[in-house]
Design a protein around this ligand. Sequence first.
Ligand SMILES: *Cc1c(COP(=O)(O)O)cnc(C)c1O
Length: 458
Amino acid sequence: MMAQPTREELEAWDRQHVWHAFTQMAHYEPLVIERAQGARLTDIHGRDFLDGVSSLWCNVHGHRHPHLDAALRAQLDKVAHTTSLGASNSTTITLAKQLVDRSPAGLEHVFFSSDGASSIEAALKIAFQYCQQSGEARERRTRFAALGCAYHGDTLGSVSVGGVDRFHTMFGPLLFDVVRVPAPEMHRLPPGITEALALEYYVDQANQVLAAHHEELAALIVEPIVQGAAGLLVHPPGYLQALRELTRKYDILLIADEVAVGFGRTGTLFACEQEQVTPDLLCMGKGLTGGYLPMAATLATDEVYEAFLGDHSEQKQFFHGHTYGGNPLAAAVALASLELFDQEQTLEHLPEKAARLAEHLARLAEHPHVGDVRQRGLIAGIELVEDRETQQPFPWQQRRGAQVCQHAMDQGVWLRPLGDVIVVMPPLSIRLDELDQIMQAVTHGICQATEAGKAVCE
Ligand SMILES: *Cc1c(COP(=O)(O)O)cnc(C)c1O
């Protein structure tokens, strides 16, 4: 056995050796979690924090849930890993059946991978290869359409369809060219466009782009209902369904990226359900294993799948795979997580929590430096601005969002912002009193990091 490192060693090694994602390591202050229980994280100094962002949007039923822990241990007594290349295992098969049964009707085939980004890569390549194998008319459909400020992951294909300038512009020379559909930004509507006109306006924009490019497009990819990393942009109701109609009209595949919104986040198991939409391809990740293990999946319709069937000599199989795709340990936890949705009536308890969150947000919306609050289910974004009237942002160098989250930590709540948008995305299992504590810490943080707005802060 290796000697147990001291707390000082852990923090020093963390700084020296662990290269953290999306983190300026020159200024990194170690936060080293030792254990967790429910929505509570405990660090190596014994400090407790509520997990206000579900360990980056993936925890569902809380940490160390006995049912999930037991499922993982039971699978360990069978087998930890088998390959999905030409072979299978009983746990992963059972999960595939459950995912098909619980996802929008018509999605029948499950391609497993390891992370959200890899589920996107798989979807893009499936769409591309589908077009190559679906007759001459479709062979010219080699490009993709995606929304403005979309986020689909950090591998090169998913970055290509992404549109968050801050993350993506620098890699431009490595990326393939994508057709952009303007994203609905309800809090910064163009002049003359009211909220009532927004749906029609943005659908018309999408129609114009697709009309101009449809002959070269294999697919349109969209984060349904809420665009996550863009700053939690909530689309106007009806937008997803309209995109479904447009993609049918122009014979373009629709890829729904449910990596962030899947598994109950927006109130239904999948966000597509809210507009009765079945996409041609649906990507899931983050919440699939309840936040326990890396696993992702790309679901496809019969029509897409059948283009890959043929004799060996035709070479039509999907030329793509990940070593750990469909890993049985991850599948066992994912299955147990789906069972918990039934046993604990996770979705049935959400409206009460979403309503409590909405109450807190309504109060915060009065703060002079809150430009917008937006919410769908247990996703909320609070956007800080320098000037409410003009929606003028704070100079980004001031890092107000990060300051808010720093102050929230003093109140025992851990959050991670998207620039100046404060993200609140607790585990779905969060209790109402915990939700109150999170929102009190957010309010405290905003009041500390901006000039106090009296009515809200006192
Ligand atoms: C997080 C995210 C991804 C990427 O998932 P990873 O597991 O981080 O690769 C893709 N799409 C959306 C919408 C996401 O929020």
